[in-house]
Design a protein around this ligand. Structure first.
Ligand code: ASP
Length: 449
């Protein structure tokens, strides 16, 4: 059995939904289908999920949001008409939305999740109805009936372990199942959603639960590329890479799959195949537990900006027991999470995402570290980029760091920090954000040209 997930752009209008249904029918193993809400039809368009958020916000504040409600109904009506389905289906969507709006009991997060989930839920019903209208044995599956139980963290839910046992039973069904992504239910029976982009997570959970042969993730690109196409012109496509490589790449700027997606499939060692709805015969990119290391030591280059570095120095830091713990507990008190801590004998640099800091927080952290730890120097350097080269093959190749550093030096990029984790799957360079593009280009030329 294959689990196939289709993203919002693959289901943005009637024409796209027709393509999706053809893809489903072209392989009899594609039995469990996860759908997103309709996404953007063109660059300037608005995703249905965003329309729903606008609807929920306004209704929550003002108890009325007729124009916003109509905007959502119109999107579905367009699809229903384009697929030549009965107008009853548009009526069903309108009734469902009104029912959800009436659920407002003063808990905003809970209310918003109920509204946000309407995009996926109704879209799954529309896709199932369309397949049935073509004479196909298909059904909409309700996540509550199927037993997809989530933690009660609105907008940020996690799957509860018992879900896997419940969802396993979907294997026994004969029909093609259309399952809405992005949400499940708390034990109390309320709708809870994953973080944005969370339909990928639903697909991965289902693939793990039914022990799928493959988890296919259909989107709007032919494959994953070795570097960001906005920086490198025509970067090389990657045919196959490992979960570990994908994790490192998606951490530092590759945004193909939602970060949490790989966890359930990784545990079950289920391959993930990323494919293009608009070009389904292209081979796509496959993510596997292990691969042959036959295409160079470096498989991809990623980078991210928006980091800052808290630099701390104190003479004899290496001899002071508990120093690191005390610094980290100050960060913990302030609710700050850190990314990396490269250190020397008398200094440490703590890299954090700078959006976590505001002026007041920054002043408090600096003052506390100064006062409580008696440091010689502390400063915060803003606007740093982390540039990363990733590849399992680096482990067994001598001289990768030398090649990377030489390439950066030739491009006149000053490396402020180097970090290679013990996994040796990646090597990371901290540079000024203004050098980010230059650094990625230099590394791409070195390892791929
Ligand atoms: N529709 C949701 C979003 O836009 C979830 C998804 O598409 O994966 O975030």
């Amino acid at each position: 059995m294959k689990v196939a997930k289709f993203g919002g752009s693959s289901l943005a209008d009637a024409n796209q939904i027709r393509k999706v249904c053809d893809i489903i029918l072209s392989d009899k193993d594609r039995k469990l289908i996860v759908v997103s809400a309709p996404g953007k039809r063109c660059k300037e368009d608005t995703k249905v999920t965003d329309l729903l958020i606008a609807l929920g916000e306004k209704y929550y504040k003002e108890g009325k949001a007729d124009a916003e409600l109509q905007a959502v109904i119109d999107r579905f009506d367009d699809i229903v008409k384009g697929l030549e389905l009965s107008p009853d289906i548009t009526q069903m969507v309108a009734d469902d939305l009104k029912k959800r709006l009436e659920c407002n009991n003063g808990n905003k997060d809970k209310f918003m999740d109920t509204i946000k989930a309407a995009g996926e839920d109704n879209n799954a019903k529309v896709v199932a109805a369309y397949l049935v209208s073509r004479g196909i044995d298909a059904e909409y599956v309700n996540p509550k009936d199927a037993g997809l139980l989530l933690s009660e963290e609105y907008g940020n839910a996690r799957v509860l372990p018992e879900s896997y046992e419940n969802l396993k039973r979907l294997r026994e069904r004969d029909k093609i199942m259309i399952f809405p992504g992005f949400f499940g239910y708390s034990k109390k029976g309320d709708v809870v959603t994953f973080p944005r982009g969370g339909s990928d997570i639903t697909g991965a959970i289902l693939a793990a639960a039914v022990k799928a042969d493959v988890y296919e993730n259909f989107t709007d690109v032919d494959s994953v590329f070795a570097a960001n196409p906005n920086i490198i012109e025509n970067p090389k496509p990657i045919a196959t890479f490992t979960y570990r490589e994908m994790r490192e790449l998606s951490y530092s700027g590759f945004s193909v799959l939602h970060e949490e997606t790989l966890e359930p499939v990784y545990r079950m060692e289920i391959p993930v195949c990323i494919k293009n709805t608009n070009n389904p015969s292209a081979p796509g990119t496959t993510i596997v537990p292990k691969r042959k290391l036959d295409n160079g030591p470096v498989i991809g280059i990623a980078s991210g900006t928006g980091f800052c570095c808290i630099y701390i120095s104190k003479y004899m830091m290496n001899r002071e027991i508990g120093f690191g713990r005390k610094v980290l507990s100050i960060l913990e008190d302030e609710g700050l999470s850190y990314e990396h801590i490269p250190s020397g004998i008398d200094n440490m640099s703590i890299i954090i995402e700078q959006k976590q800091l505001d002026k007041a927080k920054e002043e408090r952290v600096v003052r506390r570290i100064k006062d409580e730890l008696n440091v010689d120097d502390i400063k915060i350097e803003y606007d740093r980029a982390l540039v990363m080269i990733v590849g399992e093959g680096m482990m067994s190749t001598v001289g990768i760091a030398a090649r990377a550093c030489t390439a950066l030096a030739k491009a006149n990029v000053n490396i402020e920090m180097i970090n290679q984790g013990s996994s040796e799957v990646s090597m990371m360079f901290g540079v000024k954000a203004e050098d980010n593009v230059k650094a990625v280009k230099a590394l791409y030329d070195e390892f791929f040209s």
